[in-house]
Design a protein around this ligand. Structure first.
Ligand SMILES: [Zn+2]
Length: 80
C-alpha cells in the first residue's frame, strides 16, 4: 500500500496512466481511504484538465466492506 508521500509524488503518473498496472490497486485503495490524497489528486486532475475524462483516473466504486476485506488480507499476508 503506497504512503501519502508516494501518492502525491506519483499522482501525475497515475493520472496520465503511466503508472504500472500492479501499482494501481494500491492507489485506488489509498484514495478510497484517504480523503487528503483524494483531494490532492482531484485538484491535480482539475489542473491537468483533459486527462480527467479518462475513466481510469478515478478510483472504482468499491464498497467499504471490500476495502476492509482487502486490508485484512494484506494484514494477514504481512504476519506470515
Ligand atoms: Zn493519503
Amino acid at each position: 500500500m503506497p504512503s501519502c508521500k508516494d501518492i502525491t509524488e506519483h499522482s501525475s503518473d497515475y493520472l496520465e496512466r503511466n503508472l504500472p498496472w500492479w501499482k494501481r490497486p494500491g492507489y485506488w485503495l489509498h484514495l478510497a481511504m484517504c480523503i487528503h490524497c483524494r483531494r490532492y489528486v482531484d485538484q491535480l486532475k482539475l489542473t491537468i484538465g483533459t486527462i480527467s475524462k479518462s475513466p481510469d483516473a478515478t478510483p472504482p466504486n468499491i464498497s467499504t466492506e471490500e476495502i476492509q476485506a482487502i486490508v485484512e488480507k494484506m494484514k494477514q499476508s504481512t504476519k506470515k
